[in-house]
Design a protein around this ligand. Structure first.
Ligand SMILES: CC(C)(COP(=O)(O)OP(=O)(O)OC[C@H]1O[C@@H](n2cnc3c(N)ncnc32)[C@H](O)[C@@H]1OP(=O)(O)O)[C@@H](O)C(=O)NCCC(=O)NCCS
Length: 204
C-alpha cells in the first residue's frame, strides 16, 4: 500500500471491493463515459465488480496485470491506476491506465498515483518500459503523463474503441531501466500484497 497524500492511498484491488467499486463507477459514470469503452448495465453492479476484483487478484498472481484503487481514509474508492498487459520476453513493457473521481480533480491525485505506479513498475517489477495512450483531446491526461516524464511517441490511428468509436490516440512511453532508483523514503509503506511471478526469469 502506498500513501498518496494525507487522505488517500494506492493499494491493489482485492476480493471484497465489489460494492465500493460499483459505487465509484456509478458516481463517476458521466465523468468517465467520454474516456472509456461503453459499459453494460451489469458493469455498475456490485456482483460484476466483485467478479472483476477476483479476476484482478488472479491476474496479479499470474503476473499479467496489477490493478490498484485510489482509496480515501473512509474506504471510498476515488480512482484507479492499472498496469495492464504486462509482457516480458523481449518487451518487458506494460500499458498504463488511470482515472480520478469527478470530486477530486485537479488536486494532484492523478499525477501522484501515476508517479507511484511508475516507480513500482520500475523498482519492484523491473520493467523496461511503460506505455500510455490518450485521446487526442484529453489534455488533462497528457499533462499527467508529460509531468511524469513520459515522452510522446506519435499518433496511432483508430487505436482503441472509446465511447463506441475506434478513435485515434497519442501514444506516450517512459523508458525505465536507465533511471536511478530514488531514495527509499519517497515510497511510504510496504509493497502491495500481490507479487508478480516471473520477474527476472525470462528476460533475454
Ligand atoms: C486525467 C485525470 C486522471 C487527471 O487527474 P487529476 O488528479 O485531475 O490530475 P492532476 O491534478 O494531477 O493534474 C495534472 C496536470 O494536469 C492539468 N489538468 C488537470 N485537469 C486538466 C484539464 N481538464 N485540462 C487541462 N489541464 C488539466 C493540471 O493543471 C496539472 O497540470 P500541471 O502538471 O502543469 O500542474 C482525470 O482528469 C481523469 O480521471 N479524467 C477522466 C479519465 C481519463 O481521462 N483517464 C485517462 C485516460 S488516458
Amino acid at each position: 500500500m502506498f500513501q498518496l497524500d494525507a487522505e488517500h492511498v494506492l493499494r491493489p484491488v482485492r476480493s471484497g471491493d465489489g460494492a465500493a467499486l460499483a459505487s465509484a463507477y456509478r458516481a463517476n459514470r458521466e465523468h468517465l463515459a467520454p474516456w472509456e469503452p461503453i459499459r453494460d448495465e451489469d458493469f455498475f453492479t456490485a456482483e460484476w465488480q466483485e467478479h472483476h476484483a477476483r479476476e484482478c487478484e488472479a491476474e496479479a498472481d499470474a503476473g499479467r496485470s496489477l490493478r490498484f484503487v485510489i482509496e480515501a481514509a473512509d474506504g471510498e474508492i476515488r480512482g484507479r491506476a492499472n498496469l495492464n498487459n504486462i509482457v516480458r520476453g523481449a518487451f518487458w513493457s506494460t500499458d498504463l491506465g488511470y482515472w480520478v473521481g469527478a470530486g477530486q480533480l485537479r488536486r494532484g491525485l492523478g499525477s501522484r498515483a501515476v508517479a507511484t505506479i511508475v516507480q513500482y513498475a520500475r523498482d519492484d517489477l523491473g520493467l523496461h518500459r511503460i506505455q500510455a495512450a490518450t485521446l487526442l483531446h484529453n489534455h488533462a491526461s497528457q499533462r499527467v503523463l508529460t509531468g511524469n516524464g513520459f515522452e510522446r511517441i506519435g499518433i496511432a490511428p483508430r487505436y482503441l474503441r472509446i465511447a463506441g468509436h475506434w478513435q485515434d490516440h497519442v501514444l506516450f512511453q517512459r523508458i525505465l531501466d536507465d533511471e536511478k532508483a530514488p531514495p527509499a523514503s519517497t515510497l511510504l509503506g510496504p509493497t502491495p500484497r500481490t507479487s508478480v511471478k516471473g520477474r527476472g526469469g525470462d528476460r533475454g
